[in-house]
Design a binder for this molecule. Structure first.
Ligand code: ADP
Ligand code: NI
Length: 211
């Protein structure tokens, strides 16, 4: 359903990234978004394309070289997708990203499925691994008991934040469960959320030499 050449071109875009925004993340989001789309009755072609392209315009990857959905549009054009598909895919991508308290709720079921899948990949075991990979790549300390997590951040503060990786759990990861759009994703989020709680519990015990 998605052109193999398009998948290959997207893989190349992410080839240099190891900070949690890699191509494997994109493909996990594609698989999970398709599963959610099927269960919720969303258009699976729009969802698959939006999931595949959801991060190609991310400012962390492009350094702000592309506006919101510029590169996604370019790629869809190149592989011959219709204007209607282009508009629907880009509308879904536009609302995916987490921007602290400024996060937008998607208006379409397709946008909801992709946003849910992208967020689910930030929690559970994969989410923990990605958070520490990001922290390492950005030279953040794992944990510092003297730095408290920020209560609520807007888009600008979230972008500038230099906090510890454990604080990122309180600033984003633990909030994700209650931000799911679809019932299917809510159920998946429950298990992944409990894993985060057990991980933190054990992390503090080991930090204090109790286990
Ligand atoms: P999104 O894909 O929703 O835009 P981000 O780009 O903010 O998410 O984050 C990509 C990955 O990096 C996620 O797994 C996220 O949890 C992780 N990450 C982002 N910021 C931090 C941080 N300050 N500390 C640790 N991990 C982070
Ligand atoms: Ni993503």
């Amino acid at each position: 359903m998605i052109s193999d050449k398009l998948i290959k071109e997207v893989a190349e875009i992410f080839a240099s990234d190891s900070g949690g925004h890699d191509f494997a993340h994109t493909m996990r989001v594609v698989r999970l978004a398709q599963k959610i789309a099927e269960a919720e009755g969303a258009d699976t072609e729009i969802v698959s394309l939006a999931a595949l392209l959801h991060d190609v315009d991310d400012h962390k990857l492009t350094g702000g070289e592309f506006g919101c959905t510029d590169r996604a549009r370019m790629l869809l054009n190149k592989y011959g997708y219709s204007d209607e598909i282009l508009d629907r895919v880009c509308e879904a991508i536009r609302t995916v990203s987490f921007k602290g308290t400024d996060t937008e709720k998607p208006k379409t079921l397709e946008g909801m499925a992709v946003q849910d899948a992208d967020r689910l990949d930030a929690i559970g075991a994969i989410g923990v691994a990605r958070a520490f990979a990001y922290g390492g790549a950005n030279a953040r300390p794992m944990f510092d008991p003297d730095i408290p997590p920020a209560a609520e951040m807007n888009a600008e503060e979230y972008k500038k934040s230099r906090s510890t990786t454990i604080n990122h759990f309180y600033e984003k990861l633990l909030l994700i469960k209650d931000m799911m759009n679809t019932e299917t994703a809510k159920r998946i989020a429950e298990g992944r959320h409990s894993f985060l709680i057990s991980f933190l519990d054990r992390f503090y015990s080991e930090w204090n030499g109790e286990k």
